[in-house]
Design a protein around this ligand. Structure first.
Ligand SMILES: Cc1ncc(COP(=O)(O)O)c(C=O)c1O
Length: 429
């Protein structure tokens, strides 16, 4: 049986050495030096200003809605063919989720559909660079920038993908990445990155990944001990934490109070609650090694995609995924389509591939408007008052979309075997 491997990347001695190095170093197991270095290297690779390492992409998405201060009454537009995690954090915030349709040949969010759904209440748009294929950022930014609506790019699939020559993350409001088991790179099974070009978003994300309440605080006087240096002065905890961690700050005697412990601060107001969303130092060390391999991992995936695409071009009943000009697909998923004139249906192709050739296709990202939770909010097949008709996503998912196994460790011979199987199904050579 040929199907997607259990791991989307490869590991070797370099990762094992990195793990050993951290464990032997005696560094903190979280907040260690590798975390900071991974963040710097990741931001540089994505051509972005800031990167904040987290425990998962889901955590990064959760932080995005905290940072954007989304709340009941706000409207958020989400791409209809995504993974549940892209939008599940929005239910907690009780925002109104509107699903935008997709472009039928790229599988990405349709800018025209987004435009139709915008109202004065729209507070954010969440997209997915589907399967690693970059969405039309130019059109989307043209629509959203004048209205000052932030665009959150779920880039879980798209590490290394490029839109018009620039990496995903370049000039983004927020782009979030996943390093879970199947993804382009992995930090030992789980992990994520919050990437932004907005300094205050980055600072906020760094604070909120720690399990701590944030708001106006008063530093307690501990006069009795004779150690308190500052007069009773209200300052936001975030400010004090940033000041204390600034490059030029010098540790003071009072720092032994462990700035940040609940006993040395009194809260006067509560703004946000942080959570334990940190990436561990060992994960970050592995991430640094993985990041060095990303270009070669993408090359391996592209080789396989090219083999499949060559066969698809020979079959007049199949259609390749469209990639915008001057863009690079990271090929996390290899997607393609049946054409309307195909004598063999999509489902039939899947069946033959499985039964005759032992190739198992996985179809991902069910239309979210048809998910039970969205149905409870009035979404329906064929459309609803909130989102309108989502013809492309339903039609593509239920009858046109196909995908084939792709991973860097797959053998070229396996890709060629699958291509030949496709040609045989349609009686082409
Ligand atoms: C589009 C998308 N976003 C987010 C995630 C979640 O990533 P994580 O498991 O790192 O939270 C996934 C996982 O497959 C995904 O496909």
């Amino acid at each position: 049986m040929i199907t997607e491997p259990k791991v989307g990347t490869t590991f070797n001695d370099q990762e094992f050495k990195a793990i050993k190095r951290v464990l032997k170093s005696g560094d903190f197991l979280t907040r260690g030096r590798d975390v900071e270095l991974f963040e710097k290297e990741f931001a540089k690779y994505c051509q972005a200003k800031y990167a904040v390492a987290l425990s998962s992409c889901g955590a990064a998405l959760k932080l995005s809605s905290q940072i954007l201060d989304l709340k009941k009454g706000d409207e958020v537009i989400c791409q209809a063919n995504s993974f549940w995690v892209t939008y599940n954090h929005l239910f907690e915030k009780e925002v109104t989720i509107k699903c935008a349709d997709i472009e039928k040949n790229t599988l990405n969010i349709c800018p025209k559909s987004v435009k139709k759904l915008i109202t004065k209440k729209t507070k954010a748009v969440y997209l997915v660079h589907h399967g690693g294929n970059p969405a039309n950022l130019r059109e989307l930014k043209k629509i959203l920038k004048p209205k000052k609506i932030p665009l959150i790019e779920d880039s879980a699939h798209a590490l290394g993908a490029k839109f018009e020559g620039k990496k995903i993350g370049y000039n983004s409001d927020i782009a979030v990445f996943s390093f879970s088991t199947y993804k382009m790179i992995s930090t030992l099974g789980e992990g994520g990155m919050f990437v932004t070009n907005n300094k205050s978003y980055a600072n906020y994300a760094k604070l909120l990944r720690t399990n701590f309440p944030f708001g106006k605080t008063v530093v307690r006087k501990i006069k009795k001990l004779g150690i308190y240096e500052k007069p009773n002065q209200a300052e936001s905890f975030s400010d004090s934490r940033l000041r204390a961690s600034g490059k030029n700050s010098k540790a003071k005697f009072s720092d032994f109070l462990r700035m940040g412990d609940a006993w040395d601060l009194d809260w006067k107001s509560l703004d946000k609650m942080g959570s334990t969303y940190r990436m561990t130092t060992v994960q970050a060390a592995v991430g640094r090694v993985q990041l060095k391999k990303i270009e070669s991992l993408i090359r391996s995936r592209t080789k396989i995609a090219n083999i499949y695409n060559k066969a698809i071009t020979k079959i007049p009943y199949l259609e390749k995924l469209q990639i915008y000009k001057n863009c690079r697909n990271s090929w996390w998923i290899f997607n393609f389509f049946t054409k309307d004139n195909s004598p063999i249906s999509r489902d039939e192709i899947v069946k033959i591939l499985f039964k005759k050739f032992k190739v198992l296709m996985i179809l991902r990202h069910f239309p979210i408007n048809l998910n039970g939770v969205m149905r409870m909010q009035g979404c329906n097949s064929g459309g609803c008052k909130k989102c309108g008709k989502l013809e492309n996503v339903e039609r593509v998912w239920f009858s046109r979309q196909l995908s084939l196994p792709i991973a860097p460790q797959m053998k070229i011979s396996q890709a060629k075997f699958i291509s030949r199987a496709l040609l045989k199904i349609f009686k082409y050579k």
